[in-house]
Write a protein that binds this ligand. Structure first.
Ligand code: LMR
Length: 394
């Protein structure tokens, strides 16, 4: 049987991680996978998470199963963090998932349950794994234009023009904040216009929010999701705790199905439970429990929010320093977009050949579409990167 297996295409982001590991140069710079790194290149465990872990070690008395949707305390705490009071609790069905990727995958499965012929609209570009999972699941998808390669900002005119083709029941995948891979995000007015269009087209928004707190702040980053939930009759939301709680390997995420009509919640919840049971039964609990403890304890929560702000501000500082350095070297404003983008990533706008030159000649690793993880930089590497960008003719 195994002989009929086919070679699968390597995931571009994970393949880059491997290439970086194998590079013997000690001057190499990793701007690849989306993992936060401090100025010394470490991915620390956040203080509040460490403190919660210590408390949990004493307090936890069993490792028995939780519920199919995970611990209700977690779904309550995280859905509140994401949705605020934009919708009544009674309208939210939610299930814990293994990470944000698990939530995306379960979200697509929910779409299939509701409409096996659904089509999903995806931003061009989007996180490559969105496309890979859709392909794997046999779900039809259509790209909508999103990024203006010239200005490196949202190509809103074309985004709207493309989404005008959406049909009733189509699903439109949106990034809640900190768009991956571009770093270019919708303004409040643009969210409003997208909502009006989706209402008119009777399309269903699905929002992937994996970087809440990395862009403009915890509340501001949730603005789009909350606006959508206030207005749209049905919303699917995939949230991740990997980045904003720094618990990547614990696999902690949440899938939410929000309905305007609360009488639908029971059926939605039953479907989410069913899908968890079919795919992996009970979701992982450790990370979810830590997140719940942090969110529900005022001191831990304040410390976590403060550290998250430090992380966010450090990325903003790196963005500004890189933009300033490039301005100095090129005597132009054309890299100012780096300071305007938000989140971990910016798409630099280099060709695949230029990306390859950066890797080969300078040991600088970024994804082939020229997505850079800004958090991979520090004061020392910013001038090195800026020089390499200029030398490579970008
Ligand atoms: C990324 O985009 O680099 C992260 O979301 C990590 C991943 O799983 O791809």
């Amino acid at each position: 049987m195994f002989e009929s297996l086919k070679e699968q295409p390597a995931d571009k982001i994970l393949a880059l991680m491997q290439l970086y590991r194998e590079d013997p140069r000690d001057t190499k710079i990793d701007l690849g996978v989306g993992v936060y790194k401090d100025a010394s290149g470490n991915t620390p465990i956040m203080r509040a998470i460490k403190a919660a872990e210590k408390m949990l070690w004493d307090a936890e008395t069993t490792k028995s199963y939780t519920g199919l949707a995970g611990d209700p305390g977690f779904t309550e705490a995280l859905s509140t963090l994401v949705l605020g009071d934009s919708v009544p609790r009674a309208n939210i069905a939610a299930a814990a998932t293994p990470g944000g990727t698990g939530a995306v995958r379960q979200g697509f499965d929910l779409v299939l349950q509701a409409n096996p012929r659904a089509r999903v609209w995806v931003s061009d570009p989007t996180w490559p794994n969105h496309l890979s999972i859709l392909k794997h699941m046999g779900i039809a998808f259509t790209p909508y234009r999103y990024f203006d390669a010239e200005t490196r900002s949202v190509d809103f005119t074309h985004m709207i023009a493309d989404l005008t083709q959406a049909m009733p029941g189509d699903v439109v995948l949106l990034h809640g904040c900190c768009h991956n891979p571009t770093g270019a995000n919708l303004t409040g007015a643009q969210w409003k216009a997208v909502i009006e269009l989706l209402l008119e087209k009777e399309a269903v928004p699905m929002i992937d929010i994996a970087y809440q707190g990395f862009g403009d702040g915890l509340e501001q980053d949730a603005m789009g999701v909350r606006m959508v939930c206030e207005k749209m009759p049905e919303v699917i939301i995939a949230a991740s705790c990997s980045k904003n709680f720094g618990i990547y390997r614990e696999r902690t995420g949440l899938l939410m199905a929000v309905a305007k009509d609360a009488s639908r919640t029971k059926l939605n919840q039953g479907t989410l439970n069913y899908l968890n049971r079919q795919n992996y039964s009970f979701p992982p609990d450790h990370g979810a429990r830590l997140v719940t403890m942090v969110l529900n304890d005022p001191d831990l929560r304040a410390d976590w929010a403060a550290e998250l702000e430090e992380v966010r501000n450090s990325m903003l500082g790196l963005r500004q320093q890189l933009a300033d350095e490039l301005k100095r070297l090129t005597n132009s404003d054309r890299f100012n977009f780096l300071a305007q983008h938000r989140g971990m990533f910016s798409r630099l706008g280099a060709t695949p050949e230029q990306v390859e030159t950066l890797r080969r000649d300078h040991g600088i690793y970024m994804v082939g579409d020229s997505r850079m993880n800004i958090a991979g930089l520090n004061k020392t590497t910013i001038p090195i990167l800026a020089n390499a960008i200029v030398k490579s003719g970008i």
